[in-house]
Design a protein around this ligand. Structure first.
Ligand code: AMP
Length: 136
């Protein structure tokens, strides 16, 4: 499958085999390897073989098997508890500007992903207004 990869991107270079990675799995549109700075054993990255910075910029055909590949990796790792994480933009903790999904086993409270979840009480009428205002 034809894909757009760029010269200077670290994940494009990994996909092209120009810099080393510990590969786990590959399809025509997706490349998966172990994270070099793991939050827990087995922390993996699922990377579409198309250079887009953020998920909404990625063509659907390159997004299509990201979750099936993430599922295969979670299954192979035998992780009972795990997080699938995808960051978009620096403010949202994205460091590598090439779309990727983390699969992060959560073997214990102190290993794996540790997050804050500052939930607020929603006004349901405001939620409805927001839903109505969105165009898909
Ligand atoms: P994010 O903050 O979502 O952009 O996460 C980027 C992830 O890429 C981090 O967890 C890094 O440890 C990982 N990473 C960066 N460079 C490499 C590399 N060469 N090989 C494997 N993982 C990498």
């Amino acid at each position: 499958m034809a894909s757009k990869l760029v010269v200077e991107c670290v994940f494009c270079k990994i996909i092209r085999g120009e810099i080393p990675s510990v590969k786990l799995f590959e399809t025509a549109t997706t490349f998966a390897f172990l994270d070099i700075g793991p939050l827990s054993e087995g922390h993996a990255l699922v990377v579409p073989k198309f250079h887009a910075e953020k998920m909404h910029q990625l063509p659907d055909e390159f997004l299509a098997d990201s979750m099936p590949v993430a599922k295969k990796i979670a299954t192979a790792l035998g992780a009972d508890n795990y997080n699938v994480l995808q960051n978009n933009g620096r403010l949202a903790h994205q460091e590598v500007p090439h779309v990727h999904f983390h699969v992060i086993p959560k073997p214990s409270t102190d290993k794996g992903l540790i997050i804050e979840w500052p939930a607020q009480n929603a006004d349901v009428e405001k939620l409805k207004d927001l839903a109505k205002s969105l165009k898909f």
